[in-house]
Every structure is written in C-alpha cells, then in structure tokens.
Design a protein around this ligand. Structure first.
Ligand SMILES: Nc1nc2c(ncn2[C@@H]2O[C@H](COP(=O)(O)OP(=O)(O)OP(=O)(O)O)[C@@H](O)[C@H]2O)c(=O)[nH]1
Length: 377
C-alpha cells in the first residue's frame, strides 16, 4: 500500500519535473528568439524597414495572430521620413499614425499602462485590423522614450489567456522598452541625416547633398541615356543688397529667392545652395531647350518678386548659366568627370551671363575634350 502511494507520488513528481523542464525549455527558446528579434531590430537601416520588421517579424517570433503599431506623429516628422523612403502608411493597415494629439487621446485614450486581457471589440477594436483572425486575448503596450509618449505596440492572439503571468508582464515591459528605444534612435538618426543635408537659412539642400546626389543623377543619366541639365544661379550684386539694406535683409532675400526657385521645379529635381548667394539645380531627363525655358522662367519669376524688408522693396535679379550632359557611349566619362563637367561648364556659362550684363541666362556646351578633374572649389 505504502509502496503504491510512493510510486504514485513519484510519477506525479516526475510529471511535474518534466512539465517544469518543458517550461524552462520553452522559456529559454523564447528568450533566444527574443534576443534575435532585438538584435535584428537594432540592425534595421531605416525607419520604414524597422516598422515593417516590427509588424511582420514580431508576429512570427512570438507566435501571435496580429501585431499593430499606433504612433503619435504630432509634428508630421514620421510621415515625412516615411514618405522619403516611399513607405506609404496608407498601404500598411497595421500601422496607424495620428498627428493630432487630441484625436489620439480621444480615439486611443492615453494608454499609460499595459493592458493584458480579453479582446473587447468596442474598446480595443481600433487598435487592431478587423478582417484578420478573430482575437481572444490582447496586450496593448505603451511605448515611451525619455518620458515622451510615442504610441502603443499592440499584440493579439486567438488563444484565450495568451498573455498571462508575471513573466509575461516583465517580458512585455522589456519589449516595450526595446521597441521604444529602437524607434527613437532610428528617428534621431534619420533627423540628423536629413538636417546634415539641409541649409538652415534657406531650407533647401546644401552642397554636401548636391555632391552626393550629382553622382547618382549622372549614373542614372548614363544608364538610361537621358539628358541631364545643370543650372548655376547667382543673385546679382548681392554684396550691395547687404551693404544697402543690411545683412538680415540679405538673409531674407536669400531665403525668398531659394523658395521662388524651388517653386519652379518638380519634386524630384535637385536644388542646393552651393555657397553664399549661389544655387545649383539638377534637372534629370531635361534637354537643352527645355532647360533654357525653365531657367528663363526662374529668372523672370525672381525679377518679378516683390521682396520687402522693413517696408522697403528690394529689387532682385538672377544670372543663370546652364549646360546639358548626355553620355557618349563611345567615349564615356567617369561619373566624377561628368559631375565636374556639369558644374564647371554651368559655372563658366554663369560667368558669361554676368559679363554680358547680368539678369540673363547663358548656355554652354560640355567641352568635347576632358579638361575637368575636380568639382569647382
Ligand atoms: N546676408 C548674407 N550674405 C551672404 C551670405 N553668404 C554670402 N553672403 C554675401 O554675398 C556677397 C557676395 O558678393 P559677391 O561675390 O561680391 O557677388 P555679388 O555682389 O553678388 O556680385 P555679382 O555676383 O558679380 O553680381 C558677399 O558680400 C557675402 O558676404 C549669407 O548667408 N547671408
């Protein structure tokens, strides 16, 4: 009798131990998956990739039926950064961006603590996509970074009781922290990258950006045998604007002229402040005659600007030099040579426009020989 009882106890104990080992194995395999997820998350090279990775991979790694993200985007910065990557949030239903803090608060409520529990459509429906697998249990985890509320990460499972227990609480708190840090870190990197290419006074791109993009534009033009037109633009007698009206007035003129030039261009054209009162424009797939029309349109538009500073009207004109590059398959220039050619030839055309009286455009052909080695200093 006693022997039977002992045997039964032993079997129960063995089964407990085996269950315990199972949970340890499961826990350790989950920990490993989570570490891999974390490492890959840190490794994503753009904001769009990171969001895609969270939405797609978290679902598989944590064996879930739905993962969604709701992010607060008050300044519109997130939308803009994603647009630059051609990531259209409208095509990603599991990502919600809300720019209105009030609306975020009304629609989502400020989720200050994680919610782990049953899915109730009327309360939590807006956090998830409705036409997917029906959800039974959900975790809504707030994302913070340095006290700033970023939004929520929302996990859904069709299994009742999927998110349960103190280990889950700790795990979700850790997940929330990691996702929050990664998102903010990526946002900071993208913001620094963007601002390092933007001229702070005029808001257009700077010379560093041009030097990077010109190679890409030349390569594209060589690949597709398309023309590439380059405009070199310089405000006439700008020194006397500063001398007569003051440096602040000069700054204002620079900024207004930059915007006026930009308004005459397509979205994908490159406009950069090259330095001082000089700007460079790259028009991809634009030939000489259309390039001259665009340059003339810019010149006329700037001449007709009514720029006032402290109630004084400041007359402003531009001189523009331009050139068009077409790659020659028989004697192709290297990308660096073609880039130098474009800038130097447009600059020499600008020099002629200045000599010929200013407030005019001049076109120069790219020279046939190869005299150019460096970008204009
Ligand atoms: N206000 C202001 N002035 C600047 C800035 N950068 C350069 N300048 C001024 O731009 C002026 C350029 O003068 P110049 O190169 O002599 O040319 P210009 O007077 O425009 O004469 P032309 O080009 O020959 O028509 C200089 O006085 C610079 O100090 C800036 O960011 N703000």
């Amino acid at each position: 009798m006693l022997e039977n009882d002992l045997t039964t106890d032993l079997i129960v104990l063995e089964s407990h131990i085996s269950g315990l080992f199972d949970s340890i194995r499961k826990g350790s395999s989950m920990l490993k998956d989570f570490q891999t997820f974390e490492m890959r998350l840190f490794d994503q090279s753009s904001l769009g990739e990171m969001i895609r990775y969270i939405l797609d991979s978290a679902k598989a790694v944590f064996d879930l039926d739905q993962v969604t993200l709701c992010l607060l985007d008050e300044s519109g910065e997130l939308s803009q950064l994603l647009a630059e990557e051609s990531f259209d949030p409208a095509h990603h239903r599991r990502l919600t961006l809300l720019c209105d803090k009030e609306l975020f608060s009304v629609k989502f409520g400020y989720v200050l603590h994680s919610y782990l529990g049953s899915f109730v459509q009327e309360h939590f429906g807006h956090f998830f996509v409705s036409d997917a697998i029906p959800l039974a249990h959900i975790a809504i985890i707030p994302l913070y970074q340095r006290g700033e509320y970023l939004g929520t990460l929302n996990l859904g499972s069709s299994r009742p009781g999927r998110f349960f227990g103190s280990i889950t609480d700790d795990f979700l708190a850790h997940l929330s922290m990691v996702v929050g840090i990664c998102l903010e870190n990526r946002l900071n990197i993208e913001t620094i990258r963007r601002t390092s290419y933007v001229d702070t006074l005029t808001g257009v791109n700077n010379r560093r950006f041009l030097e990077q993009r010109i190679g890409e534009e030349v390569a594209r033009c060589q690949r597709n045998s398309d023309p590439l037109t380059c405009l070199f633009l310089d405000i006439d007698h700008f020194k006397s604007v500063n001398d007569k009206y003051g440096h602040l007035a000069g700054d204002s003129v620079l900024s207004i002229v930059a915007k006026a030039i930009k308004n005459q261009l397509r979205n994908n054209d490159v406009l950069a402040r090259y330095g001082g009162e000089e700007f460079v424009v790259l028009l991809s797939n634009i030939d000489q005659s259309t390039g001259c029309e665009i340059a003339e349109r810019i010149r006329r538009n700037v001449q007709s600007l009514k720029i006032t500073f402290s109630e004084i009207t400041i007359p402003v004109t531009l001189s523009i030099g331009l050139t068009t590059y077409r790659s020659d398959r028989r004697d192709p220039l290297t990308i660096a040579e073609a880039a130098s050619c474009l800038i130097n030839t447009a600059d020499s055309a600008l020099y002629q426009a200045k000599n010929n009286g200013r407030n005019r455009i001049e076109y120069h052909d790219i020279p046939r020989d190869r005299p150019f080695a460096l970008l204009k200093a």
